[in-house]
Structures are given as structure tokens and as C-alpha cells.
Design a protein around this ligand. Structure first.
Ligand SMILES: *Cc1c(COP(=O)(O)O)cnc(C)c1O
Length: 353
């Protein structure tokens, strides 16, 4: 198979610099769920660590542990799901920062800390409307009281206040932010005043300065994946860091075949709906099969030539988000579904103008 997912580490680095410039003085947490949005944790984290990123955000403990192995002891790694007592043990062992959004977990964390004689750094999560864990505002005060008790007795250290927002409409985000503010006031009144507050992900971190607080948690934009229906990459100052390409296997009169298909993660729904980049310019996808796809031909098309399925197109071919929009989904989804059996290659930018 010639299909390959090529990550331009220089583009990743430039995107991270752009994100940091845009949100400064807020700190940037680099979000790495789904194997760094399919870009590969090891290379992605090494690159951004060297570029100065010191906060990493992982959905699960396994991922957070993998990040720790890559970036060493001096980075802060925030993990927002601890699903079991074993997970909390890992949090201690790998010196992770843990998001805590329910009372039972808070209790377990305090218990684990006591057993180890080690303080666990926690970021308290308030639910501001997404209902994906987090403590509701009407239970927040009681939750904070318990957390502050554990903080005073030295089992936890409350270092953060956070929530997650939909970033789908300004009105909903504003309502969420109002709740976030109220949660922050309650926490301050309980005597906890020097916490890092973090609320925004990619879209709000660029578009809504008042959502930046002390830190933003950014995944998509660091990888150069713009929001579906949103501002284009150029206006954001970003560039897709990854591209998916494959070589021409055979040439017929009016179409060529490439050896990548739905089993490799190219959505079969793309048939007839998107354009891809070819040496002869942009061409329509005619059909996506399981392991081969048919593309409109171009004059002089030849076996071995490269077709760009998505990436930083220079002639109007699509980014992952362009493809996502044709499917009514988001760019992350398109990138992340590229199968692990597609080779990951890394380059540092200067090879390709
Ligand atoms: C995925 C995620 C982010 C990053 O979102 P992007 O839109 O990719 O920047 C931030 N915070 C949480 C809790 C997430 O799940």
C-alpha cells in the first residue's frame, strides 16, 4: 500500500507558535486525545515541547502516561478522565494533574493521596451546560467545601478550575461562561484564589478573548484543523500539519485508481462529493471502494503519481475540514479515522516549499 499520512512537523510547530501568539498571555495546553488527533503522540509531543509547550491535555490516563514518557518530568500533564482506582494510582505515579468533576472521584483521589502520603494536583470541574461530567452549579458550593477540606488537610492541591463548552453558538457559550464565573466566585469565597482557570478550546480561544482566562486547551488548531463552518486556515494563520496521499495504481481512459479506500479510513460517502489534488490539478473523486478509489483522470496521468486526498492543498483541493463539511462532520473526525495501517511519515517542512 502506498497510502501515507504525512505529518509536517514544521507546520505543527508554526501552528503552535501562532496559537501561543494569539492567546498570550494565556498559557496553551496542547491537547493530544486520539493519539494526538492521529498525528502520533511521540513525534507531536516532542516537537511542541521543544517549541516551548509545557502543558499537555489528555483524555485518559494511558495517553497521559505516554506523554510523560515522551516529554519527561518538567511538563504538566492534565488528564480529565480517571475511570478507576488504578487510574488514580497512575496519576500519582506519573505526577499528573487530574480533572475532578464528581464527589465520588474527589473522595477516591483524597484516599489515594493519603495512602501514598502525596498531594494530588486537581482541577475542579464545573458543569456549565454540556453535561459531560462536572459538578452542577447547584451542588458546587458543597463540592468546593469538601475539596477545600482535602486541600487544607494536604491530600489534594486545588490548582485549577475548568469546564468545557460547546463552541457552537456565542449565546450558549456566554451562558456557560456566566456559570463558570459564578463557580469561580464561589471557589474564591471558599479561600481558593490562585487557581488556573481554563475554559476555551480552539474556536473560542481565537474568537473570544474573554474566554481565555489563564490557559486554553487547544487541539484542532495546533494541528491546523479549522472549525467546520468557520474561518479558513489562512485567516487563522494556520496550516494543516498532516496530509493523506496515495499513488496512482492504474490508469484508464477517464479515471485513475489509487490504493486507498474506506478500510483505510477514507469515508465512502465521499464518492462524487469532493475534489482531491493531482499533478494535473484538482479532480473529482468518482468512487471510494474498500481499498481502492477512483479519481477523474488528467492529461498524461501515470502510474506512481501522487494524489492528495486531504491536506494543505495549494490548488484548491480540500483540507480535512473541507471534506468534513461535505459529510456534515468536523475535521478532527476525518483525520482521526485514518486507519493505523496507513503509514505515518514525518517531515520537517523545508522539503516541500
Ligand atoms: C477535545 C478537547 C479540547 C480541544 O478541543 P479542540 O476543539 O480540538 O481544540 C479541549 N478540552 C477538552 C475537554 C476536550 O475534550
Amino acid at each position: 500500500m502506498t497510502a501515507r499520512f504525512v505529518v509536517d512537523l514544521a507546520a505543527l510547530e508554526a501552528n503552535v507558535a501562532q496559537v501561543r501568539d494569539t492567546v498570550a498571555p494565556a498559557e496553551v495546553m496542547f491537547v493530544v486525545k486520539d493519539d494526538a488527533y492521529g498525528h502520533g503522540i511521540a513525534r507531536a509531543c516532542t516537537t511542541v515541547y521543544q517549541a516551548g509547550i509545557r502543558w499537555f491535555g489528555a483524555f485518559d490516563v494511558r495517553t497521559a502516561t505516554a506523554v510523560r514518557q515522551v516529554v519527561g518530568a518538567h511538563a504538566r500533564i492534565f488528564v480529565w478522565i480517571a475511570a478507576s482506582p488504578a487510574d488514580i494510582e497512575e496519576v500519582v505515579q506519573h505526577d499528573l494533574d487530574l480533572g475532578v468533576g464528581d464527589r465520588a472521584l474527589l473522595q477516591d483521589v483524597a484516599g489515594t493521596a493519603l495512602r501514598h502520603g502525596r498531594r494530588i494536583r486537581v482541577h475542579l470541574k464545573v458543569d456549565t451546560g454540556l453535561h459531560r461530567n462536572g459538578v452542577r452549579l447547584d451542588e458546587w458550593e458543597e463540592f468546593v467545601t469538601r475539596a477545600v477540606d482535602f486541600h487544607r488537610s494536604g491530600q489534594i492541591e486545588i490548582v485549577g478550575l475548568w469546564s468545557h463548552i460547546a463552541e457552537a453558538s456565542d449565546a450558549e457559550d456566554d451562558a456557560a461562561r456566566e456559570q463558570f464565573e459564578r463557580a469561580g466566585d464561589i471557589l474564591s469565597r471558599a479561600g481558593v484564589t490562585s487557581v488556573m482557570r481554563h475554559l476555551a478550546a480552539s474556536a473560542a480561544s481565537f474568537a473570544r478573548p474573554e474566554f481565555r482566562y489563564d490557559m486554553v486547551r487547544v487541539g484542532a488548531f495546533c494541528y491546523g484543523i479549522r472549525s467546520a463552518g468557520g474561518v479558513n486556515e489562512r485567516e487563522l494563520g494556520l496550516r494543516p500539519a498532516a496530509r493523506l496521499e496515495a499513488d496512482v495504481l492504474s490508469v484508464a481512459a477517464d479515471q485513475v485508481s489509487i490504493d486507498v479506500g474506506s478500510l483505510d479510513g477514507v469515508p465512502s460517502l465521499l464518492s462524487g462529493r469532493v475534489i482531491v489534488g493531482t499533478p494535473g490539478g484538482t479532480r473529482r473523486v468518482i468512487h471510494v471502494g474498500e481499498s481502492e478509489s477512483m479519481i477523474e483522470s488528467w492529461p498524461g496521468a501515470d502510474v506512481g503519481e501522487t494524489v492528495l486526498i486531504f491536506g494543505p492543498g495549494t490548488h484548491g483541493e480540500g483540507s480535512a475540514t473541507d471534506i468534513a463539511e461535505a459529510l456534515n462532520t468536523i475535521g478532527e473526525e476525518v483525520v482521526v479515522r485514518v486507519s493505523p495501517r496507513v503509514a505515518r511519515l514525518y517531515e520537517s517542512g523545508d522539503a516541500r516549499g
